[in-house]
Write a protein that binds this ligand. Structure first.
Ligand code: ATP
Ligand code: MG
Length: 461
């Protein structure tokens, strides 16, 4: 273990100050959990948790005396949060969790005084390391060895640990996705055994883990490893696994295609994928088996699958209580993923005027990723996508407008030339917009009012 970087200097000063403060009052205090894991792996922790032998009331007294601002957010579970300018630090008393009668939350927590007792409640060995303010790592469960071997392994008996809290099943897959680690075989077996108990976990908690799973750098590997477990939440995953498409445009089954699409969704600066794009990639083809038809030549057709995949996404994401806007956006991406205009400026302009720009930008990534995960013949579609993207870029660069509200005329202008107030205004405006796309007028007030006169004369409304 000598090849690990010197770690003491990687604890930020504001966290070290809290450690020192608690220690100088005669208690033990360590950085614990995910931050130590990330430091060991050479990653930058996104936050720091402290584990301490001090009871919450002692921590509060220490903070009060030192003038540290804090809030006592969950006295029952032993957590006091120190609020500093550089960031919040959660300080949690060493504890063991009492029984888990609902497989979700411990009925009670019992405060303890040693790391050796506290470690038993932690989920995985890689999350069960403690670092003192000198940078020394205390690792009673062999987390460093599992980091070196890239393994997710439970602390203690895996069946017991997943029985206590089924959410850990998904946490395991998430850590596999974020870190690229394998899941130790007995741990994976127990995860599969207890996956059904996820039904007792709230939608919101599952949603947060599922998002972490699809956005992680190693999402395809994690889903390939955890497909049986994830099928408890999304049964279509198991149906798509091994489902051959029988098409010259495809050379892999629906699930493998899906995972390759996910792999092609680019990572952001934070090393994660965009959540809407990643979720859309996961769902985009899950409707294929339900739409599958084999023709007389033995070729598979999956007409209408985007709409069916969209229904599946809508059902699952609603069940899991994802935010409404997230569901709307993912469903739109899924629905549009297989829509390719003719490479015609007017058609592209109309399409671009029908959907929000942010979604269209994401759709480009989804379609590119989708095409790249086809057979060599299927990949020839990339030329079409690029042609369409070029047209849309040229349209945006030309200063074209994509919504009635951005036209050079408005309802007031139409009333001035004699259009009746009421629904007629909207109808005329949308006809002007159509004429504008067709090149019959340009986006100036004069040209559009002239076009309005023509529309009124034809009385086509
Ligand atoms: P992340 O990078 O997502 O923050 P983390 O490991 O820090 O990962 P947290 O949810 O912040 O995860 O929890 C902090 C620590 O608390 C974990 O490292 C783990 O030791 C413990 N922990 C959290 N949730 C559970 C759980 N459901 N069961 C057991 N231990 C848990
Ligand atoms: Mg954390």
């Amino acid at each position: 273990m000598n090849d690990y970087p010197k770690t003491a200097e990687r604890i930020p000063d504001y966290v070290r100050r809290i450690l020192t403060l608690i220690e100088s009052s005669g208690h033990q205090a360590y950085v614990a959990g995910g931050a130590v894991r990330d430091i060991v792996l050479g990653r930058v922790p996104h936050d720091y948790d402290i584990a301490t032998s001090a009871r919450p009331e002692d921590t509060i007294r220490i903070f009060k005396e030192a003038g540290v601002y804090y809030y006592d957010n969950a006295a029952k579970h032993g957590t006091v949060t120190a609020v500093t300018e550089e960031g919040d630090v959660e300080v949690t008393t060493f504890r063991v969790d009492g029984s888990y009668s609902d497989m979700r939350r411990p009925d009670e927590v019992i405060f303890k005084t040693t790391i050796e007792e506290d470690v038993k409640r932690r989920d995985f060995t890689v999350n069960a390391m403690y670092m003192d303010r000198g940078g020394q790592i205390h690792d009673p469960e062999g987390g460093q060895a599992d980091c070196a071997d890239k393994l997710i392994r439970t602390v203690g008996n895996p069946d017991r640990r997943f029985e206590e809290d089924a959410l850990r099943v998904l946490r395991g897959i998430r850590f596999c996705s974020v870190l690229g680690f394998d899941i130790e075989p007995d741990t994976l077996k127990a995860m599969e055994t207890h996956a059904g108990e996820l039904k007792m976990i709230s939608g919101e908690r599952i949603a947060s883990e599922l998002t972490g799973i699809v956005t992680g750098r190693y999402a395809p590997k994690a889903i390939r490893t955890g497909w049986k477990i994830l099928s408890v939440i999304i049964p279509e995953i198991a149906i798509c696994r091994g489902f051959e498409q029988r098409s010259k445009y495809h050379d892999r089954d629906v699930l493998e295609h899906t995972l390759d699409v996910l792999d092609e969704i680019p990572l952001g600066e934070d090393g994660k994928r965009d959540p809407e794009l990643a979720m859309a990639a996961l769902f985009h083809d899950l409707g294929k088996p339900a739409c599958f038809k084999l023709d007389a030549n033995g070729t598979g057709h999956m007409k209408g699958h985007p709409a069916v995949s969209k229904e599946i996404a809508e059902r699952v994401l609603n069940e899991l209580k994802f935010p409404k806007q997230f569901i709307t956006d993912v469903c739109l991406l899924v629905k549009l993923h297989d829509t390719y205009m003719a490479p015609d400026k007017k058609e592209v302009h109309r399409f671009m005027s029908s959907f929000p720009e942010a979604i269209l930008e994401k759709l480009k990534y989804l379609q590119r990723a989708d095409i790249l995960a086809h057979s060599p013949l299927g990949r020839t579609r990339l030329a079409r996508l690029e042609e369409l993207n070029k047209i849309s870029e040229e349209l945006r660069a030309s200063g074209a407008v994509f919504a009635v509200k951005d036209l050079a005329v408005n309802g007031k202008d139409l009333i001035e030339i004699g259009v009746k107030e009421g629904p007629e205004i909207g109808l005329v405006l949308s006809q002007i917009f159509d004429s504008y796309i067709d090149g019959k007028c340009v986006n100036t007030k004069a040209s559009m009012l002239e076009e309005a006169q023509k529309i009124l004369l034809t009385k086509s409304i």
